[in-house]
Design a protein around this ligand. Structure first.
Ligand code: SAM
Length: 190
């Protein structure tokens, strides 16, 4: 499906995120497989990308890099992360293609227009109502990439697994990050 890439252009941002996490003691755990995201973006050629969980901007840069015409809307609640992400994104000359929205996921999602071609969830455990809203914002044929599936617990995790495994609504494309990140294609508006 997606082309295999072997050089991570944004390894410096990933490294800065790991260092920041050690100092800040926050939730900015960087995604492990940015190359897989870049490859997915290169395969899908999204014009509009939505990301939940910017941290320092590593995965937003990876997604933008995969498709030169893609515009990324990324959401982050921590003001320090927002400032650092904007710096990293500017250093990589991607400011014109990545908009960092400062606020909580539920608040910002309510302000965005539907029609995204690719959405990436990388907050903590994915809450089913947030993933349902992300689904609404995806175009039919759009791709949901949902990380941190192993972090969910109890009924919310069970409900999410059930939602994502509903073959009448999603086509299962693959998984990345050794199965911890689901990749699904939205089949219809239901
Ligand atoms: C796992 S990190 C994202 C890592 C980033 N995608 C990367 O690979 O470098 C999750 C980020 O989501 C933010 N976050 C978590 N829950 C949030 C919420 N409900 N609203 C807004 N931001 C949130 C955290 O502050 C954190 O920076």
């Amino acid at each position: 499906m997606a082309k295999i890439l072997d050089r991570d252009q944004f390894a410096d941002v990933q490294q800065a995120t790991r260092q920041h996490l050690r100092q800040h003691g926050c939730g900015a755990y960087t995604f492990e497989d940015g190359l897989a995201l870049t490859a997915l973006s290169g395969w899908k050629r999204p014009q509009r990308v939505l990301e939940l969980g910017t941290a320092l901007g590593y995965t937003a840069c990876c997604l933008a890099h995969g498709c030169a015409s893609a515009r990324v809307d990324t959401i982050e609640g921590d003001a320090t992360h927002v400032a650092l992400a904007r710096e990293q994104i500017a250093r990589h000359a991607l400011t014109h293609r990545i908009a960092v929205h400062h606020g909580q996921f539920d608040e910002i999602l309510g302000q965005l227009e539907a029609g995204y071609d690719l959405a990436f969830f990388d907050g903590f455990a994915p809450p089913p109502p947030i993933i349902a809203r992300v689904r609404d914002l995806l175009a039919i044929g759009g791709i949901l990439v949902c990380a941190n599936l192993q972090l969910g617990r109890g009924s919310a995790a069970r409900q999410l697994a059930q939602d994502l495994d509903d073959a009448s609504r999603w086509q299962d494309l693959a998984s990345i990050e050794s199965g911890r990140t689901a990749v699904r294609l939205k089949l219809n508006a239901e």
